[in-house]
Design a protein around this ligand. Structure first.
Ligand code: SF4
Length: 282
């Protein structure tokens, strides 16, 4: 394993996010995590969708696909199935993951592809002037007074069957780097919901430090293998976001093995993919 400096993972492009955008700190954390994990940039693919957060693919020195809105995860799964030796990371915003991509989220969590998914959650569609997204907090500016309750992404991911579910924050880089390292190491779908405030359209309490409830680190004694305990933790009602690893499960991943439903699904998908690729060969 060759350890590269974090700067090796950064392209020379200056970031185009607004000053104060949480995504800048997520980018820095990702470069650190890739460095500490000893991942080779030449063996890494970053798949993004559309929106402010998806710009991250331009700033990381790896192979990258800037895909259509909401289709980040299926593309990432296809890359991993085509070449299981690659480190495949999907990245994007909460709109990409929990609005347009919600259907994919549920079914790919069930299938457990060996992919890491980083979701930068700012509760809004920043690129299109900050309309509230499914995770927008209650009482935010721009939301209708009868707006439905916000989505609980962590509880959704655990219930859907993701085998590694964590929450971090762009304001806590050390925890975020550690979670990213664990997620990259995990075999199966590893997801981190990252509170990453939009500095322009403050749709999350975390964008308003004077109002934001203090985040709480998850107790190290929390049984991360216990799905019900993880769901209870994700559904607490005190308004203080929990940070750390909620749930981890060892389950057959989509890209290998010889037994189990998920592995059989993966085998079928590989055969289908091979047929498609053979069909488009010149
Ligand atoms: S609009 Fe918000 S999310 Fe988009 S780059 Fe600016 S601060 Fe970041």
């Amino acid at each position: 394993m060759i350890i590269h400096e974090p700067a090796v993972y950064r392209t020379e492009r200056p970031v185009t996010w607004c000053p104060g955008c949480g995504d800048v700190r997520v980018l820095e954390a990702l470069c650190q995590a890739l460095s500490r994990s000893g991942v080779d940039p030449a063996d890494t693919v970053l798949v993004t969708g559309s929106g402010c957060a998806s710009l991250i693919g331009f700033f990381v020195n790896s192979y990258a696909i800037h895909g259509p809105y909401g289709r980040t995860l299926p593309i990432a799964m296809g890359v991993k199935l085509a070449n299981p030796s690659l480190t495949v990371i999907a990245a994007g915003g909460d709109g990409d993951a929990y609005a347009a991509g919600a259907g994919h989220l549920i079914h790919l969590a069930r299938k457990n592809p060996n992919v890491t998914w980083l979701i930068m959650d700012n509760g809004c569609y920043g690129l299109t002037k900050g309309q509230p997204s499914p995770t927008a907090g209650h009482g935010v500016a721009g939301a209708a007074s009868d707006a439905p309750p916000s989505l609980n992404p962590v509880a959704l991911l655990i219930a859907a069957g993701a085998t590694f579910v964590a929450q971090g924050s762009s304001d806590d880089p050390e925890l975020l780097i550690r979670l990213m390292q664990e997620a990259i190491r995990h075999r199966g779908l590893s997801v981190i919901n990252i509170l990453s405030p939009c500095a322009v359209f403050d749709r999350q309490p975390s964008a308003r430090p004077h109002e934001a409830p203090e985040p709480v680190h998850i107790d190290p004694a929390h049984p991360t293998h216990d799905r019900m305990a993880a769901l209870q933790l994700a559904s607490h009602g005190d308004g203080k976001p929990r940070m750390g690893l909620f749930y981890r499960e060892e389950r057959a991943a989509l890209d290998g093995g010889s037994a189990g439903r998920a592995e059989q699904d993966g085998y079928d998908d590989l055969i289908s993919l091979e047929r498609i690729l053979n069909g488009i060969k010149p």
